[in-house]
Design a protein around this ligand. Structure first.
Ligand SMILES: NC(=O)c1ccc[n+]([C@@H]2O[C@H](COP(=O)([O-])OP(=O)(O)OC[C@H]3O[C@@H](n4cnc5c(N)ncnc54)[C@H](O)[C@@H]3O)[C@@H](O)[C@H]2O)c1
Length: 317
């Protein structure tokens, strides 16, 4: 039987939520993995269980500074993803998106390595279309409080495509929609972790606005499967490619589901909607279905069950 090739893979942001799941998956697939992280929002405990693996290495490094190493593939995930964190130091957020991308693209160019960018549905901003497909150019406020992230990620995409056109670099740009699962931080304000933690602690569930805004929620294992598949596509597949779960729920529905699944008696509390908060988010994943043969498998119930059980064990530990 033909063996799948084994690579030396760099994962930036590897100690974060998605990064730690990616490192785990790449090790399981037999690759050597170098995790690079400055621990801004990442945690050592996310990767502690991998440290015994001789094919796993960790380097504390800030990717806004150049990095000289030897690898075959780069997954560029380093960037705080939750509004609380990326707005706490907005200049650094743009720096990590733009300087970080330049440094990683420069490294990929020197090594002729394939590079994947963890982009985001935030490049669509507050979308004027109900379902976002890759051809939609977005509706982003360039000077608002979310711009450091949205515009940083948009500029990173520009850099990826210019390196591809100008230097013939093999790039993969993945637009990630809301993803949730174990190892999210309990206090980073992302809606799924927020609601679960509030429900488990019997605190009021904070809903911004009237809760009628919709989101789609992708379970982390599905997301990582899509990411790894995209990296392995032929060189002419560059993306951008949406990965997310098209199932659309209102924020209120999510809160009620979590209350029911945790058996919590928490009340719903309504607060003002933050500035530039998108009203709708729903990925069109036709391209991922066609190019990767991918679609999400975990239902919201299954994903929430696993995530609730993770928070139950960590909050009570
Ligand atoms: N989780 C989602 O729903 C989602 C959605 C869209 C896009 N993304 C993208 O996926 C990537 C990972 O997101 P996440 O949810 O795992 O977030 P996260 O905050 O858990 O992970 C980001 C990681 O990057 C590290 N990091 C930040 N700045 C760095 C720097 N300058 N140098 C080195 N490391 C640095 C952090 O310490 C952390 O470990 C991000 O690029 C994010 O924009 C995530």
């Amino acid at each position: 039987m033909k063996q799948a090739p084994k690579y030396r893979v760099l994962v930036t942001g590897g100690a974060g939520f998605l990064g730690s799941h990616l490192c785990e998956r790449l090790l399981a697939d037999g690759h050597d993995v170098l995790c690079v992280d400055n621990y801004f929002t990442g945690r050592r405990q996310n990767i502690a269980h991998l440290l015994q693996n001789p094919r796993f290495e960790v380097l504390r490094h800030d990717i806004t500074f150049p990095l000289f190493i030897e690898v075959d593939q780069i997954y560029n995930l380093a960037c705080p993803a939750s509004p609380i964190h990326y707005q706490s130091d907005p200049v650094q957020t743009t720096k990590v998106s733009v300087h970080g991308a330049i440094n990683m693209l420069g490294l990929a160019k020197r090594l002729r390595a394939r590079i994947l960018q963890a982009s985001t549905s935030e490049v669509y901003g507050d979308p004027a279309v109900a379902e976002q497909h890759e051809g939609y150019w977005g509706n982003v406020n360039p000077i608002g409080p979310r711009a450091c992230y949205d515009e940083g990620k948009r500029c990173a995409e520009t850099l990826f495509f210019d390196y591809h056109r100008q230097h013939k670099l093999s790039i993969k740009v993945m637009r990630i929609f809301n993803t949730y699962g174990p190892r999210m931080l309990p206090n980073d304000g992302r809606v799924v972790s927020n609601f679960i933690v509030q429900a488990l602690q019997g605190e009021p569930i904070t809903i911004y606005g009237d809760g009628s805004q919709t989101r789609s929620f992708c379970y982390v294992d599905d997301l990582i499967e899509g990411m790894v598949r995209l990296m392995e596509t032929p060189a002419d597949v560059t993306g951008p490619l949406n990965i997310g779960n098209p199932g659309e729920f209102t924020i209120r529905e999510l809160a009620e589901k979590i209350l029911q699944m945790t058996g919590s008696k928490s009340e719903l509390q309504f607060a003002a909607l933050p500035e530039d908060d998108p009203k709708r988010r729903r990925p069109n994943i036709d391209l991922a279905r066609k190019v990767l043969g991918w679609e999400p498998k975990a239902s919201l119930e299954v994903g929430l069950e696993r995530t609730i059980s993770y928070f139950r064990s960590t909050l009570c530990a």
